[in-house]
Write a new protein. Sequence first.
Length: 487
Amino acid sequence: MSGLNLTLLTDLYQLTMMQGYREANVKNNVVVFDLFYRTNPSNSGFAIAAGLQQVIEYIENLSFSNEDIDYLRTTNLFNEDFLQDLKNFRFTGDIYAVPEGTVVFPKEPLLRIKAPIFEAQFIETALLNIVNHQSLIATKAARVCWAAEGDTVLEFGLRRAQGPDAGIYGARAAIIGGCASTSNVLAGQLFNVPISGTHAHSWVMSFPDELTAFREYAKVFPNTCILLVDTYDTLKSGVPNAIKVFKELKEKNIKPKLMGIRLDSGDLAYLSKKAREMLDQAGFPEAVISASSDLDEYLIADLKRQGAKINVWGVGTRLITSKDCPAFGGVYKLSAEADKDGNFIPKIKLSENPDKVTNPGVKKIIRVYDKTTGKIKADLIALEDESFSEKEPLRLFDPVNTWKQMKLKPGEFSLRELLVPVFINGKCVYQSPSVMEIRSYCQQELSTLWDECRRLTNPHILPVDLSQKLYDLKKKMIDEIRQSNAD
């Protein structure tokens, strides 16, 4: 995506609304949109924000080419004055965002966009496409790595991803979420992340016998010798032949940096335990046992419970597609509009579904930490002009069940504001870290979660509360709309 003009990566109704805003003489009205999600993916207790660097690239390359405008003209939907306006289209507003790799929760604005409605409306589709996909895969990767309990997890999903972009940016997100490397060579080149891989069954089948295949592979890659042992018979043929090759390397005084076997089928718990015994008895306790074969966090956790002796996990299809939860569900909603004096008037969307009622106004996120443990106690969504101090008591309450309250004394908590400036007046003011730096930051973020919040099933849900001022505003607006409708 880097350097690629994705301007027409949008839904048609964004363009028709833009023309409508122009015709109604409101195109320059400044508005605020929030990009947020409503439910954690995969029944998780959290999510990981990802995709910001690609958002930046999209915004910086946003412009309609002559070819774009010629194409739109052929649709017979747009008048010529509108098409001429598009020739000079650029994003001129502000974007605040949660940094990539940050632990986030439902209803929190991951991005806050302030811009003329002509611009802010148009960028909705692409922003959702980018953030939804990468946040989904980063979250899935964090769950998989948690299940692996510190073992190395490799992302192996390219051939099963839904197209090249999903494979490339899914690999990027998987690294952010905690994977150590990817099999995707292009992703390795684009994002300067580690790549890894072994060999296929076809390698073994291409030689007269398995032992010859292993010897030839070790000859070419003596320093990283991982042998796939399940082509014919894992325990009677594969592992014994691998041991023979390891002994030959040892006799030649070759000491590989990485040596071991890979299992890709069968009962991985049973086979890994037997293989571990065989490797140890042969004098190779350092040999790793890696495994693949439709793994996900649940299967890895189950294999761990069974005492599997696997210490490297190659995870493909179910990670790169987030098979159990294929969509992140992020949305983009109007939350405020500036009046003629530049004051922002809050906006709210009501719904018969309480989860779809939005939080009005220009907002920020305050993260509240337990000062002793450094763990997250709660998040507070507040209005932008509110201030909070660690030197004053803090009262938090559930915005639905308001009797659920938390009262914190000075010295018991610390505060951190999550949204940071990314674009100001159309100019990027944010320097994205490298993917590996984001990965390290994400690991620090995950360490601020309580173990109960990382459970794979029925995790503890950390509170996301509203400030008293925001709560009162929301309630007042709902009451006023209901009264107006009743009249």
